[in-house]
Design a protein around this ligand. Structure first.
Ligand code: ADP
Ligand code: MG
Length: 324
């Protein structure tokens, strides 16, 4: 069956039936606007991300369920980078009328699976027929106490630059997909990223981090965002970059290029005052999440990249820029 046979309201109804009730959602899907009760004393953090066929994903190599999970994951990752707990989200989709219902059901199942996993409730959205490809836009709301929210702007000279997980995997996975590979660790890092929600919230609530960002554009570009907004520079030790075995096997002669410039890993890049490193280690160990200290924040505005031999590294690309 094609989506065209179900129609717009049939689809909205099909989506709405999958949403579990939440006490904070006073008015959910069905009216002109949703009504939400915020948790008293908290700040609401709102973020939006768009995923476009041909720009962010290729239907020839992503399964609909992972696409659904990733659509929400990229938004939850932004909330995590602020230390916000996910609460509600809006889902706007443009789909060709000829698309199969199997695709739509798989996509919605993936969105809902991710939503349940991270405690986010779907409260509305918009549904349109597309004359081009598939377009997905999610707006997510999260909450945190105002004093616990972490921005990109608080890094200070002497703070340690830290990174969860490993980097470069998603970019290497995209290269594999383009070569026809359809499974494996790198491919799953590209198609099905895991937002570091628990870690972001825990680091923020423990008051350990001075600045934080999620790695969506690449380590170099995202660290540059922190430096610019904090008015600082940084020195990165490339030998400390966390690289997976699978990435090392796939990356070619220069392991640093893609690890620095490749986006979409959705790891957290954060700064910690030196005196709080031990607490940070203990916290992330309790969450069973690997993390690495990759450098230090410095005065000024320069971003220094130091090779394992102690020399200066000149990066090829600066990360992802839609208009670049
Ligand atoms: P309007 O014409 O006033 O914009 P719609 O017919 O687009 O209303 O939407 C009706 C209801 O369905 C609204 O509550 C809206 O938030 C919800 N809705 C529409 N599309 C989606 C979607 N893709 N996911 C979840 N809720 C949706
Ligand atoms: Mg509408």
């Amino acid at each position: 069956m094609r989506l065209g046979e179900l129609g717009e309201f049939g689809l909205i109804d099909r989506i709405a039936r999958r949403v579990a009730p939440s006490p904070a959602v006073v008015l959910g899907i069905g009216d002109d606007a949703a009504g939400i009760l915020p948790t008293p004393g908290t700040l609401t953090l709102v973020t939006s991300d768009m995923l476009l066929e041909g720009v962010h994903f290729d239907l020839s190599f992503c399964d609909p369920r992972s696409l659904g999970r990733k659509s929400l994951a990229v938004n939850l990752s932004d909330l995590a980078a602020m230390g916000a707990r996910p609460r509600q989200f809006l889902l706007s989709i443009a789909l060709p009328a000829t698309i199969s219902l199997e695709f739509v059901d798989g996509f919605v199942a993936g969105v809902m699976e991710q939503a349940e996993r991270f405690g986010a409730t779907l409260v509305g959205g918009d549904t349109c027929a597309s004359r081009g490809g598939v377009a997905i836009s999610i707006t997510a709301l999260g909450e945190q106490l105002p004093g616990r929210v972490v921005t990109r702007g608080g890094a200070a000279p002497g703070d340690l630059v830290c990174l969860t997980g490993t980097v470069g995997d998603a970019a290497a996975g995209l290269n594999e997909l383009r070569k026809g590979v359809r499974e494996g660790f790198l491919v799953s890092r590209q198609l099905d990223p895991q937002p570091r929600v628990e870690a972001g919230v825990a680091l923020a609530e423990a008051g350990l981090v001075s600045a934080m960002i999620d790695v969506s554009d690449g380590v170099l570009a995202d660290l540059t965002h922190i430096c610019e907004l904090s008015g600082v520079g940084a020195r990165l030790e490339l030998a400390q970059l966390p690289l997976s075995e699978e990435y090392r096997a796939a990356c070619g002669a220069d392991p640093f290029d893609l690890a620095l410039s490749g986006g979409e890993d959705y790891e957290l890049l954060f700064c910690v005052p030196k005196g709080r490193l031990a607490e940070t280690e203990a916290l992330l160990e309790s969450l069973e999440l690997r993390f690495s200290v990759i450098g230090e924040i410095s005065q000024g505005s320069a971003l220094e990249l130091v090779t394992p031999q102690g020399g200066a590294y000149a990066p090829g690309k600066r990360g992802f820029d839609h208009f670049g």
